[in-house]
Design a protein around this ligand. Sequence first.
Ligand SMILES: [Zn+2]
Length: 122
Amino acid sequence: MFKLIVKKEFSSAHILHGHPGDCKRMHGHNWIVEAKVEGDNINKIGMVIDFKDIKKNLADIVSKLDHRFLNEIEPFIENNPTAENISKYIYKELSKNINTDNIKVSEIKLWETNNSAVIYTE
Ligand SMILES: [Zn+2]
């Protein structure tokens, strides 16, 4: 089993409705997302998948969130844009584009601050 990891940063603002503390007020984060992709098989040049393919797909997803107020963007109009919900969203979107019979997005780790991250897996 091979596990490939690609990292990408983005910045966005959010409000967490129902939060008892400061997070109910608008504030921003410099998020770091780490996408882990797994596969058992390598192709004839020795790769599971080109890092570039993962990076491009991750960049496309992240570009929709970067420098935005997340509460105004689907699916976060209804679902609070918590690190949990954002990591799940990125997982689902990236899986649509990356997954094949041999390759699977296995984990999204989303760092909200230097010290706090959420991991979403299925
Ligand atoms: Zn926050």
